[in-house]
Design a protein around this ligand. Structure first.
Ligand code: SAH
Length: 313
């Protein structure tokens, strides 16, 4: 999955296959930029502060976030922009809209210091492992010649039901992030799709040309994703010293951060067609039957920080 996605993101335009929240409405990135500004105030306004994004795609979210962050000039001036991106092709695209950024292959490449990290539809692209029940024991799925083969193995974490997934790569990333945030300060906000609770089942899916496809066919030509196990990530973050807020449904977070008033204010300055599109975009992001419920937000924070905006219960 890691190699197939690396090839996919290096050679294709993923946005031909799927649309993400920042591409739906500019207000999405603006709200996350303001979220970062408020968290930064709670951190004691460190200058400089690292503002980073994992998997920035076209750079849209961060460009919108920085424009909004300029409403807090001291925050904007303190920002040192860092992007975690493995695709050379997408790095080039990001450089077009974010010329002042520095790029890294992974979290470990970021310089030390207080950190604000954003990640939208990043964790779902990280490779998962799948395990099947085999008699009294378990077997792990491997890919060979375009099909699955299984090799017997010890029981996986969360061994229940007939088939389970383990987002080992995401858990490893969150563990080191939690250690870092607790030691050096800061917070991370991840938005992605996944269920409320960990459970058995196969969530590996492929999109090619915007259509569901066989995940094993023609590796590197389809976008591969799996549901994010928020409960597991929350547990790993806590075990490694961070405070965790959420997950909350994306619709709830965006509504609390002011998606509708901001979209309406923007709409009033626009011609009728564009105004209607802005309101429709806001509804698409929050409606439970659209992106509002399946997508969730998880904040991982230095435990010394106040509850971040949008997560108070
Ligand atoms: N956040 C963007 C793009 C989501 S697509 C948006 O919301 O529109 C996933 C992004 O993560 C792409 O930029 C892809 O190149 C990047 N990516 C995927 N796997 C990665 C990995 N292992 N390390 C770093 N970046 C990765």
């Amino acid at each position: 999955m890691a190699r197939a996605n690396a090839a996919y993101y290096a050679t294709r335009d993923p946005f031909a296959d799927f649309t993400t929240a920042p591409e739906i409405s500019q207000v999405f990135g603006e709200l996350l930029g303001l979220w970062a500004a408020v968290v930064w105030q709670g951190m004691g306004e460190p200058d400089p502060v690292i503002l980073a994004e994992a998997g920035p795609g076209r750079g849209t979210l961060m460009a919108d976030a920085l424009r909004a962050a300029a409403m807090a000039p001291a925050f904007r001036a303190a920002i040192r922009l860092h992007l975690i991106e493995t695709s050379p092709r997408l790095r080039e695209r990001q450089a077009g809209v974010l010329p002042d950024a520095a790029w890294h292959d992974d979290l470990a490449g970021l310089p030390a210091g207080p950190l604000l990290l954003l990640g939208n539809e990043f964790l779902d692209a990280l490779p998962i492992r799948q395990f099947e029940r085999a008699g009294d024991g378990w077997a792990e799925r491997h890919v060979r010649d375009g099909g699955f083969v299984t090799l017997s193995c010890p029981p996986p974490p969360n061994a229940q039901g007939g088939l389970v997934e383990w987002g080992e790569a995401a858990e490893t990333l969150v563990a080191s992030l939690a250690v870092r945030l607790a030691a050096q300060g800061g917070a991370a906000l991840f938005l992605d799709y996944g269920p409320e609770r960990s459970g058995p089942g196969d969530s590996l899916q492929a999109l090619r040309g915007g259509e569901p496809a066989d995940p094993l066919a023609d590796p590197g030509t389809a976008d591969l994703t799996a549901h994010v196990d928020f409960a597991a990530l929350a547990r790993v973050a806590r075990e490694n010293g961070a405070a965790v807020h959420g997950p909350v449904p994306q619709g709830a977070l965006l509504s609390r951060l002011g998606l509708f008033p901001r979209s309406q204010a923007l709409a009033r300055t626009q011609p009728a067609r564009r105004a209607a599109a802005l309101i429709e975009a806001a509804q698409r992001l929050v409606a439970p039957e659209r992106m509002g419920r399946l997508f969730k937000a998880l904040a991982i924070c230095d435990p010394r920080l106040p509850t971040p905006p949008g997560f108070a219960t």
